[in-house]
Write a protein that binds this ligand. Structure first.
Ligand code: ADE
Length: 225
């Protein structure tokens, strides 16, 4: 898959692109690019935002600026020629990001992530350029960059081969393998630490019992449903 992140701060993604699972994904033929929204702005002097109609504090990223960036990247009209691409605008007001959406995005060929700044995007970006508006949690970030990294991280690690140890992404918190529940607890050496031991079943060698114990702990963590 190919992920393009449209941002006013492409430099933020240089560090992210260096991380092991991201490099693994790229080595497998996937792509991650940070695209500078300012580089294609149709406005003078690199302007990308404007004052809000109706007044109020802060600036709003203009819809024509986002349109120009997508048009330049796709060489197509971003409304008529979006094709099957997923265009995700990051905003605190969006649908809450979860494991199911991460899996959905990981199955796409092309995903564009739009990072807002200041007061965010002109609403017409959400309505006419984006296919999804996504929030990573009920709090307000200074911009969508960290949210985009969270989305990239969760999506890229699902790509076969990205983690380097295949089963990890299958049986993990919130996955169908665990019925959507949080993952069971893990233990490693030492067997005793300050008087705290490890559940005996994990050293029993009985795989069926271990499996049953893990499922039980996982269900416990999910709480009553
Ligand atoms: N931009 C600002 N806050 C955000 C959030 N919680 N999620 C996604 N994008 C954001």
């Amino acid at each position: 898959m190919k992920i393009d992140v449209f941002t006013l701060f492409p430099g933020w993604f240089e560090w992210f692109a260096e991380q092991r699972h991201v490099r693994n994904a790229v080595a497998l033929g996937h792509g991650l690019a940070a695209v500078d929204l300012r580089s294609t702005t149709p406005l003078r002097a690199g302007q990308v935002d404007d004052t809000p109609y109706g007044g109020g504090a802060g600036m709003v990223i203009r819809v024509d600026v986002v349109e120009a960036a997508l048009r330049a990247r796709w060489d197509a009209d971003p409304v008529e020629g979006r094709g099957p691409r997923r265009v995700v605008a990051l905003a605190a007001s969006g649908r809450l990001f979860d494991d199911a959406l991460a899996s959905e995005l990981a199955a796409e060929d092309e995903v564009a992530l739009l990072c807002g700044r200041y007061e965010g995007f002109d609403e017409r970006v959400h309505e006419h350029l984006a296919t999804d508006v996504v929030s990573i949690g009920p709090y307000v970030l200074a911009g969508g960059e960290l949210a985009a990294m969270v989305v990239c991280d969760a999506v890229l690690r699902k790509l076969p081969g990205a983690l380097g140890h295949e089963s990890s992404a299958v049986e993990e918190s919130f996955s169908p393998a665990l019925e959507g529940a949080p993952e069971y607890p893990h233990y490693t050496r030492p067997a005793q630490w300050r008087g705290h031991g490890v559940p005996a079943v994990l050293s029993s060698g009985d795989h069926a019992r271990v499996r049953a114990w893990r499922l039980e702990r996982s269900r416990e963590r999910a709480g009553p449903r």
